[in-house]
Design a protein around this ligand. Structure first.
Ligand SMILES: [Zn+2]
Ligand SMILES: [Zn+2]
Length: 204
């Protein structure tokens, strides 16, 4: 058993889910120092927590102990199953691919349902150097704005929090495939396939 390998895996799984150490600790009912201990290879979760962790991250216990992401998961992590949660209390945004319960500020959160783009909620993508330059045709006012953006691929999630009065644009490294998600504070979550945008533009 290699503590640092398991620690790294826990850190990866936690980030994949968009959780902070504190949030993971909250989910497991422990203190965040313990999480930091595991992640730096200075400790290993108690056996009772191993079960909870494996459930939370939908990973089998032996992979957790070996500190290795199961191959099938690496290859086929399911973009379709990605869910987003927004805590209305603190504005925290959480993303996950499993079926775990998401709790924030002591409340159970419900996943947002993604809708197709419409006339007022849509994005434009162009390539600038090594980035996708993504712009929203949407207000960025206090009352009505895009609160976060996420680029989800089978193997990773890049999420970016946005604030009112900042530019309605994000840049992510150029990658193939995957989906873009973004959340309007009034109208909810929207999704679009990256490929669809690129084809539509006839770009790249
Ligand atoms: Zn919260
Ligand atoms: Zn809107």
């Amino acid at each position: 058993m290699d503590l640092s390998k398991t620690g790294k895996l826990i850190a990866d799984l936690r980030r994949e889910k968009g959780l902070t150490q504190k949030q993971l600790a909250e989910n497991l009912g422990i203190c965040s120092k313990t999480v930091s201990k595991w992640e730096t290879g200075k400790g290993f979760p108690d056996i009772s927590l191993v079960v909870d962790i494996s459930k939370l991250f939908s990973i089998d216990i032996s992979s957790l102990i070996d500190g290795e992401m199961p191959t099938e998961r690496r290859a086929a992590g399911n973009v379709k199953r990605t869910k987003f949660y927004v805590c209305e209390n603190c504005g925290n945004i959480i993303q996950e691919m499993g079926n775990s319960q998401i709790i924030c500020c002591g409340r159970k959160l419900k996943p947002l349902k993604a809708q197709a783009e419409n006339d007022t909620h849509n994005v434009n993508v162009e390539q600038i150097e090594d980035d996708w330059y993504i712009t929203f045709s949407h207000p960025m006012e206090k009352e009505h704005y895009i609160s976060f953006f996420a680029y989800v691929r089978f193997d990773r999630v890049l999420s970016i929090k946005l604030y009112p009065e900042q530019g309605s644009e994000v840049r992510v490294p150029v990658m193939r495939g995957g989906k873009l998600y973004y959340c309007c504070n009034k109208h909810g979550l929207f999704e679009v396939k990256l490929q669809k945008l690129i084809t539509a533009r006839g770009a790249v």
